[in-house]
Design a protein around this ligand. Sequence first.
Ligand SMILES: C[S@@+](CC[C@H](N)C(=O)[O-])C[C@H]1O[C@@H](n2cnc3c(N)ncnc32)[C@H](O)[C@@H]1O
Length: 265
Amino acid sequence: MADRGRQRPVGLVTRGTTNPNRLRRVDNWIVETCGDRLRAAADPLVVDLGYGATPVTAVELRDRLAARVRADVRVVGLEIDPVRVAAAAPAADPPGLTFARGGFELAGLRPTVVRAFNVLRQYDESEVADAWRTVTDRLAPGGVLVEGTCDELGRLAGWLLIDSTGPRTLTLAARLTTLESPARLAERLPKALIHRNVPGEHIHALLRALDDAWQAAAGLAPFGPRQRWLTAVGTLRSTGWPVLDRPHRWRHGELTLPWPTIAPT
Ligand SMILES: C[S@@+](CC[C@H](N)C(=O)[O-])C[C@H]1O[C@@H](n2cnc3c(N)ncnc32)[C@H](O)[C@@H]1O
């Protein structure tokens, strides 16, 4: 009867596709962007929501945070599919890494950081705002949700940082050595934006501007794709896009913008 009074997990069981190292780009960004929040937290609790058919990305998240943020971080992998919760049990390493059944209601936990990757992709766009609110209402004070999507190998990714006031930033990230064109990032936009890549929408204008800047920097290709990306992002900023972060993040193939500049119209 331990579950009496506990809310039913909120959400749907969806495809469980995952891959080792698929989420390294967003994990590195979480280390840098959310590290101070976790260092300051009385309880450094992180939820990996919807870890999929195997818990590999939850294991990696714990390893990265324990090595680079604080050794006593606690990662809880939550899955709505009880079969996947049972399958993850051998990978648990309590108290730093545990697995449980749960959905957007976070199984009664109050984490400082929630990573939800490739979860909302299979929901309807109309369900996104409620899912965000259900999660953010349950965060620890000052907590954040990092929600996004990536391709199977983690070479193209897009994610949002969301707090109790709503979305704050969009980050796009690509493996530069295999990037033909930044237009490819359109395939991996978070659910709230993926259907908005059409003329008249800010995200469409952003991807056009980024692609134009990348093409204009083609002459730098012999110096490597990193140099080309740095130049393209610099051009974007000089033409009025309020690019956040400093070039040391851009070097990783990242681009972060405030939400209001790319929010659906
Ligand atoms: C595509 S897998 C993503 C796995 C991993 N996060 C990754 O990016 O590689 C999506 C998983 O999210 C789970 N899921 C979907 N909705 C959920 C919810 N509301 N709460 C918890 N898990 C959920 C599904 O059951 C599925 O296993």
